[in-house]
Design a protein around this ligand. Structure first.
Ligand code: FMN
Length: 139
């Protein structure tokens, strides 16, 4: 199963989560491509079997608007029936951005395997949970 991680981060919190996901997959000796969203395109990653998509809450409870949003829009036509995990960090809201994102993924027919949500910077317990859940999903 080919996994791809694509994320945007402003201050590093979502990147720390992405790193745990990558570590979990690589520790299972499975194939994993890892990109900041500016380094790739939907065309490049669309054939993956499972997508780990990361963005913090931005732009009034949405994914980041200038780099991640165009990528997500381009990827959506390829997500029907595909496994997806969304992850990211938020601050002052009530993680509504993830609810909006779930709705969007359901609307395009993706199979949501899980979501990883943390407020601010993830702590060690949260990272361990992300690691363990990722390995469970990748089994
Ligand atoms: C321009 C901007 C918009 C934001 N919008 C929201 C928001 O709508 N809801 C929220 O809970 N947090 C919001 N935040 C806070 C970020 O989601 C939070 O700081 C997060 O930890 C950043 O993750 P990162 O370190 O991966 O960039 C916003 C931050 C910035 C800079």
């Amino acid at each position: 199963m080919k996994a791809v991680i694509v994320y945007w981060t402003g201050s590093g919190n979502t990147q720390i989560m992405a790193d745990s996901i990558q570590e979990a997959i690589e520790d299972m000796d499975l194939e994993c491509e890892y990109y900041q969203v500016s380094e790739t395109s939907a065309e490049d990653v669309k054939d993956a079997d499972i997508f780990f998509l990361g963005s913090p809450a931005m732009n009034d409870e949405n994914v980041e608007e200038y780099e991640f949003r165009p990528f997500q829009d381009d990827l959506n036509p390829h997500l029907s029936g595909k496994k997806v995990v969304m992850f990211g960090s938020y601050d002052w809201g009530e993680a509504e951005w993830m609810e909006n994102w779930k709705q969007e993924m359901n609307d395009v027919g993706a199979q949501i395997m899980d979501t990883f949500v943390v407020q601010w910077e993830p702590n060690d317990d949260q990272l361990k949970e992300i690691y363990d859940k990722t390995q469970e999903i990748m089994k």
